[in-house]
Design a protein around this ligand. Structure first.
Ligand code: AMP
Ligand code: ZN
Length: 117
């Protein structure tokens, strides 16, 4: 069963109601290019079902987050980025602006070697 939220931009992208540059998909997620890239390669992996964040998706279905990571790995490698960084902003205080589960997949930047953690 698919869960959606009205007026959610990522639900609309998953449904094909808002155009996006699609890089790949599986049964659980869609990957698109980020509209405002922060690295030479910047994809989003958006969950098919609407949950506010990755933790909420994991609580609803632990395997769902694994499917997001698998698609992230696929699109990164398909674009030649064997090394990449995954980010899941969780909460406005961490910079989250779209409250529908998504991973940022970043690659190709010299800034990738800076360590945040
Ligand atoms: P976050 O700040 O972690 O919630 O990330 C939301 C991301 O979605 C930002 O990097 C935006 O640039 C991106 N974004 C928002 N709307 C769109 C859209 N219609 N197509 C592609 N990326 C988008
Ligand atoms: Zn949504």
């Amino acid at each position: 069963m698919s869960e959606t939220a009205p007026d959610c931009i990522f639900c609309k992208i998953v449904a094909g109601e808002v155009p996006a540059d699609v890089l790949g998909r599986n049964d659980h997620a869609v990957s698109i290019k980020d509209l405002n890239p922060q690295a030479p390669f910047h994809a989003l992996v958006i969950s098919a079902d609407h949950h506010d964040n990755a933790a909420a998706s994991a609580a609803a279905d632990p395997a769902s987050v694994g499917h997001l990571v698998s698609l992230a790995d696929e699109v990164a490698k398909a674009s030649g980025n064997d090394d990449y960084r995954l980010i899941a902003n969780t909460g406005a205080g961490a910079g989250q602006t779209v409250f529908h589960t998504h991973l940022h997949v970043l690659g190709g930047s010299s800034r990738m070697t800076e360590t945040l953690v």
